[in-house]
Design a protein around this ligand. Structure first.
Ligand SMILES: [Zn+2]
Length: 210
């Protein structure tokens, strides 16, 4: 499956202001990065491009792994389903970036999240934020997919949830088997989405462009 960004319906994920300036973990991580650079035979003293790389990498890790801090988890604001809406709600083509836990290189792509409500509905901007939060940690695409479905099931208690992630893994493309452009697709299915007709409706909505 290929996908093109269709961002008009998607609220941008909140940019976390992390790490905070002076976060002591920057000083803890940086010497290790410096050591890796040294072992690779490079100099942080003579190469101006490498002088601050240790701290830059430390800050970057704290930023892209900010989802390890439960305190940054977005609160899922839910509302009573007063309209008794019982059809499918879908946010699709949500861009995300994560880091593969096996190699610490990026995997990235788009997420499609759908649910069919019961008593509660969720603010739509929360779905991209939730994906962003769980993506910001060393991850497996399979686990990320399941985590999203699990949290939505737990907190919304909907009739069902379905999450599909489509991603390119740089650990596959840049190294190892080197398969540029291949896309990994994962899905997590809960409740009413186990029924074939409901899954077909999901795929139908997914295919609809514009
Ligand atoms: Zn990997």
């Amino acid at each position: 499956m290929t996908s093109k960004p269709e961002s008009s319906l998607v609220a941008p994920a909140r940019l976390q202001d992390v790490p905070a300036p002076g976060d002591p973990r920057i000083d803890s991580i940086a010497p290790h990065v410096r050591e890796i650079i040294r072992i690779l035979g490079l100099s942080t003293e003579t190469d101006p491009n490498l002088v601050d790389t240790d701290r830059r990498v430390a800050k970057m890790y704290l930023e892209i792994f900010s989802g390890l801090d439960e305190g940054t988890r977005p609160k899922l604001t839910t509302f009573p389903n007063d309209e008794h809406y019982t059809a499918m709600v879908m946010e699709k083509e949500i861009p995300f970036y994560s880091m593969c836990a096996h190699h610490f290189v990026p995997f990235y792509g788009h997420g499609h999240i759908a649910y069919i409500p019961n008593e509660r509905i969720v603010g739509l901007s929360k779905l991209p934020r939730l994906l962003d939060f769980f993506a910001r940690r060393p991850q497996l695409q399979e686990r990320l997919t399941e985590q999203l479905a699990g949290v939505l099931e737990e907190e919304l208690k909907p009739q069902g949830v379905m999450v599909v992630l489509e991603a390119r893994h740089l650990c596959v493309e840049m190294r190892g088997v080197r398969k540029p452009g291949s896309v990994t697709v994962t899905s997590a299915i809960r409740g009413i989405f186990l029924q074939k007709t409901v899954r077909e409706e999901f795929l139908d909505l997914l295919r609809r462009r514009g």
